[in-house]
Design a protein around this ligand. Structure first.
Ligand code: NAD
Ligand code: DAU
Length: 350
């Protein structure tokens, strides 16, 4: 029996990772630690919440004493660390929150691992889920590989780069078994509607302006979130200690082209006449320091661990739109600001 701490499991990617591990590994004990910030939502996990191999713990990774007490009590075999402040725009208005959670929170987890796994580092594993944004921005050509130098530009990516460095430093200095993966932009169900795709779906549905930063020429490399969760599963189980893997979909889209595709899908799904949703596109002031292009070279992951993306983008985007249209209550709850209180009440009542 393996006891795994998954942090940030109530968020977008974390909930897909928790679901995958709970379903696929009934003999593992999965402990989901989450602060339930605005982005954390236990409604993401209603399908697995009653499973015997799943538990939720509400905690804040910036609270070292709380994290230490949990490590002492639980004797975890591994950590899969996803908890983070994840939105670039928020990092521009409030960088400190990103330093606290992404840097200090990660160091707190590493310190607990260091203290409670002492003498046993080789049999335990600390997996840090990171981002391709640590590599900075690409021009028109090239791709990020695992050896690309770090060159973060936003407070978000600087905080993630810093946490990656700490994870490696704890491996090199103390011998803790660590792995890191750096992934490109995810999309799919349960994505908080502040990020481009779910925000655009929600706005199109409500006939609100769809804000496109600058000229919409920035490029992102989109990956189906369940393919990311599957990559994390493979890397967690098979990567050698100290290794880094890049994860990406080889699926680059200019923002404006992506939004036009989304509008086309939404017109079809909502029974609107062609072009109706696209008329909502509104060009707005660009994001400060907006990285032009991300593109991931995931050859290492494909060749060493046999992982390949499973879904074509058009199909994945259509499935994503369908999920949002079918889950109106989820969308209303997360955008109303009441959901957190509601689910806290639900949780303490269980
Ligand atoms: P998210 O914002 O949807 O979820 C983050 C989760 O962390 C939330 O449940 C939140 O409540 C929790 N959290 C935040 N602060 C916390 C704290 N102090 N203590 C405990 N829990 C806290 O983020 P996401 O998009 O699911 O991203 C998850 C991870 O994957 C992050 O580390 C992010 O950097 C990384 N990542 C995201 C993407 C992407 O496209 N979304 C791509 C690559 C890497
Ligand atoms: O590359 C991985 C990263 O992808 C993750 O590490 C981050 O956690 C995740 O949020 C995401 O960052 P981005 O900044 O790329 O994602 P976002 O959805 O915020 O923006 C995608 C692109 O769309 C980006 O070029 C900015 C643009 N954009 C975004 C929003 C919210 C718009 O044009 N309009 C918008 O309203």
């Amino acid at each position: 029996m393996k006891k795994i701490l998954i942090t940030g499991g109530a968020g977008f990617i974390g909930s897909h990772v928790v679901r995958r591990f709970v379903n696929k590994y009934p003999d593992y004990e999965i402990v989901n630690l989450d602060k339930l910030t605005y982005a954390g939502n236990l409604a993401n996990l209603t399908d697995v919440e009653a499973r015997p191999n799943y538990r939720f713990v509400k905690a804040d990774i910036t609270d070292a004493a709380e994290i230490n007490a949990l490590f002492e009590k639980e004797n975890f075999d591994a950590v899969i660390h996803l908890a983070a402040e994840s939105h670039v725009d928020r990092s521009i208005t409030d960088p400190t929150a990103f330093v606290m959670t992404n840097v200090i929170g990660t160091v707190n987890l590493l310190n607990s691992a260091r203290e409670f796994w002492k003498g046993d580092y080789a049999t335990k594993r600390f997996y840090h889920v990171s981002t391709d944004e640590v590599y900075g921005a690409l021009g028109d050509t090239g791709m990020f590989t695992e050896t690309t130098g770090y060159d973060p530009h936003s407070p978000y990516s600087a905080s993630k780069a810093s946490s990656d460095h700490f994870v490696r430093a704890y491996h090199d200095t103390y011998g803790i078994d660590v792995v890191i993966s750096n992934c490109s932009n995810n999309y799919g169900s349960h994505h908080f509607p502040e990020k481009l795709i779910p925000l655009a779906i929600n706005n199109i549905k409500n006939s609100l302006p769809v804000p496109v930063y600058g000229k919409g020429e920035n490029i992102r490399d989109w990956l189906w979130v369940e393919d990311h969760a599957r990559a994390i599963d493979v890397i967690f189980h098979e990567a050698k200690t100290g290794e880094t893997y890049n994860i990406g979909g080889h699926n680059e889209w200019k923002n404006i082209d992506l939004i036009h595709l989304l509008c086309k899908i939404m017109d079809k799904k909502l029974g609107r006449k062609e072009g109706e949703s696209a008329s909502l596109i509104t060009f707005v002031t660009d994001r400060a320091g907006h990285d032009l292009r991300y593109a991931i070279d995931s050859t290492k992951l494909q060749e060493k661990l046999n992982w390949v993306p499973s879904l074509q983008f058009e199909e994945g985007l259509e499935k994503t739109v369908e999920w949002y249209l079918d889950n109106e209550e989820w969308l209303t709850n997360v955008t109303s600001g009441n959901y957190q209180k509601y689910y806290e009440t639900q949780y303490s009542a269980r």
